[in-house]
Design a protein around this ligand. Sequence first.
Ligand code: UDP
Ligand code: MG
Length: 316
Amino acid sequence: MSNTLPQVSFVIPLYNEESNLPTLVDRLVQVIDSSELSLDVVLVDDGSSDKSREILQALALQDSRFHVILLSRNHGHQLALTAGLSVAQGTEGVFVLDGDLQDPPELLGAFYSKFKEGYEVVYAVREKRKEVFYKRWAYFLFYRILKKIANVDIPLDSGDFSFISRRVVDVLNQMPEESRFIRGMRTWIGFKQIGISYDRQERANGYSKYSFGKLVQLALNGIFNFSEFPIRFLTLLGSSAIISSVVYFIVVVIKKFFVNEVIEGFTALLFVIILFGGIQLAAIGILGEYILRIFFQSKNRPNFIIEKQIMNGKVK
Ligand code: UDP
Ligand code: MG
């Protein structure tokens, strides 16, 4: 087994998922054993502080179908996934899942058969989301806004859960972007892509590892990496401010000379000053989001650091 490459590799990022590991591994083993495909699994530990790291290492040493990557610290889901994709060996493609069993590994067959029909990317589309209402709404709105403003047609309600062909994985591995929004990059690459609907399960155990801050960061990465709309919007806002001020000025002058009425309005003046002070600061902030991304990218740091790697039952 260890010398022949698998057809498909599972790639699963994990951060403090100790409580989900036993079931996850059981279900993966069942899928591997019952499948006609040759499969293996890349489990990426994203700097967990629970017992995940020990459990994973023991697993990888005893079952060579499971490869384990331990990152040097918590890099975040997108970079952990990037690390997994960079080592996955599946010759036909990879199947990307979350480690909390929200994405059932048993769906591999359905995704794979779409791949066999000629689709390079088969992404999952969430029909129902079993999550708290404000999170559901936030996701709903975000994907719809992104669809409106992004310069690639990122499918609605699809996350990273997907089957990605070897060809597309190779392209992803060549994209050095530091601020990664993988579902967008995957769409950007192109080729034939198709969605499969599924009901997103509830997280099996534990709590979400995507903190509010991490989710906001992901959303901002989606917007600022795939849209120039915020900048264009500023130009539009600035231009309309100039136009309305000119119109206002003309009105004031006409009133002064023809009606002899001088417009007073200290409050209005104050309001306008504060309003435009605010708009200018926000505009600088928006520009800053783009500049920040240039700044971090220009450092050329590696996107992730692997502390230890156990592949094919051997420590690397
Ligand atoms: N995850 C990770 N690093 C992080 C946060 C999350 O590797 O910094 C993993 C996590 O263990 C899970 C997957 O990414 O396997 C999705 O995260 P989670 O289920 O917490 O997000 P949610 O489903 O709540 O959006
Ligand atoms: Mg989850």
